[in-house]
Design a protein around this ligand. Structure first.
Ligand code: SF4
Ligand code: SF4
Length: 421
């Protein structure tokens, strides 16, 4: 039987340089103030509704199909719903990243009508002490859980994302169990990006190598009990936090929030980034086979699988746009390719010399430390992460090296990776 691999299809799509998937930061504003946030100051100069619509039309004309709105938190924009409606009208498949604190029942129902595919929500634990401690917004866990319950009720797929830090690692099993119990997807990550001013103080919140190993085992073997033992938790299936009291007078009302925001300093370097890419390591093949009949007719010859181009999808079939119109290869790779207030998307996408360079990169272009690294086959290298650390996407990221080495020891392979900075 002739067989084609998913690699074949992915490589063909990647080869096409169509900006299939777009990450769009609606705003850099947020009503939370997370301790690990990469943003070191508020950004300004936000795109207007008309500018956003114009950009959306340009993206649609270039073949973009998937639109992920993120922020800051998109819901702090007063025109959040009109933007969502216009995006739906233009035919995009819509995804949303939010803290869900501002999701009302009516908004959730409207999002369902707009056929929003999935909402990713940041949750940092199951107790207000931990979650609210990280978001630095009192009452935020209860508000987030209320938003999730409205989305769930509206039939929208909920994907809970947990960034693991020293402060909340012990709540990982409980949050995972809560998501399983409620039928929500659950994903976690432990990579903390340096802040946008280059400072790495956020790394003080990183989990230990042992904790990385525990999470890796959970990812592969669902060994929640192992993690429980290490974290000392006994209750792994807590109920939802009490959602009955939602109008907490201690919460910052949105009017007050907007006042605070108005008085905050605006401008500065690029802001928020967030890891959203789960790449397979370089040498790992996707072994999932699908029958050739589902892709090509029996008479057609099966093409040789094209070689994947580039080092990842950034700049090939995915791209990101900031709330002030900057075009980036990826939401995590915050290198400006041009600004949509000065140039058309078409010109940037087809003529940017930087994009041309990005598309010409291969894994051979990575720094010598990577090419000679003993665990390169297990490394989820991310040029965006390297760029945020070194302003050079080809250097090894010290955080990635640390995580790969920790997991490598767990798997019992010989020799950890050479440390890189
Ligand atoms: S572990 Fe570090 S040195 Fe090795 S391939 Fe990954 S980023 Fe490069
Ligand atoms: S820059 Fe990193 S997060 Fe973005 S697509 Fe590439 S590997 Fe994924």
């Amino acid at each position: 039987m002739r067989e084609a691999t998913l690699d074949h299809l992915i490589a063909k799509q990647t080869d096409s340089t169509v900006p299939f998937s777009v990450g769009f930061e609606m705003t850099s504003r947020c009503n939370e103030d997370c301790s690990h946030c990469v943003r070191s100051r508020w950004m300004g100069n936000e795109l207007t509704y008309d500018e956003i619509v114009d950009i959306l039309e340009q993206l649609a004309a270039e073949g973009a199909m998937e639109l992920t709105f993120t922020g800051g938190d998109p819901l702090v924009r007063e025109d959040f719903l009109p933007i969502m409606r216009k995006s739906h009208e233009l035919g995009f498949a819509l995804f949303l990243f939010t803290n869900a604190t501002l999701i009302t029942r009516e908004i959730a129902q409207e999002l369902a009508k707009l056929r929003v595919q999935e909402v990713d929500i940041s949750v940092y634990g199951v107790t207000p002490e931990i979650h609210d401690g990280i978001t630095r917004l009192k009452g935020s866990l209860r508000r987030t859980m209320r938003g999730i319950s409205y989305l769930d009720e509206a039939g929208i797929m909920v994907n809970v994302k947990m960034v693991l830090m020293k402060q909340n690692f012990h709540e990982l099993p409980a949050l995972k169990a809560m998501c399983q119990k409620n039928g929500w997807q659950f994903r976690y990550d432990y990579i903390l990006f340096p802040r946008d001013d280059g400072s790495t103080d956020v790394w003080e919140q990183r989990i230990s190598d042992d904790q990385i190993r525990i999470t890796d085992r959970m990812l592969k073997d669902d060994e929640i009990q192992t993690a429980m033992v290490h974290s000392g938790l006994s209750d792994v299936a807590p109920s939802l936090p009490d959602l009955s009291v939602v109008d907490d007078p201690d919460m910052i009302p949105m009017d007050a929030w907007h006042e605070i925001e108005q008085s905050a300093a605006l401008g500065g370097p690029m802001g928020l980034s967030e890891s959203h890419c789960m790449l397979t390591p370089d040498n790992e093949t996707d072994n999932e086979l699908i029958s050739a009949e589902s892709i090509v007719s029996a008479d057609e010859p099966v093409e040789e699988t094209p070689k994947k181009k580039g080092v990842c999808s950034a700049g090939w079939n995915s791209v990101s746009i900031t709330s002030w119109g900057e075009v980036l290869p990826c939401i995590t790779w915050r290198m400006s390719l041009g600004n949509l207030r000065n140039e058309s998307f078409k010109d940037i996408w087809h003529k940017s010399p930087l994009l041309e360079r990005i598309r010409s990169l291969t894994h051979d272009d990575f720094d010598e430390a990577c090419s000679s690294c003993g665990v390169i086959s297990k490394c989820h290298k991310c040029p965006g992460l390297a760029y945020s650390e070194h302003r050079d996407p080809l250097l090894p990221s010290s955080d990635r090296c640390r995580a790969t080495q920790a997991i490598n020891i767990l798997e019992g392979d010989n020799g950890p990776a050479e440390a890189a900075s």
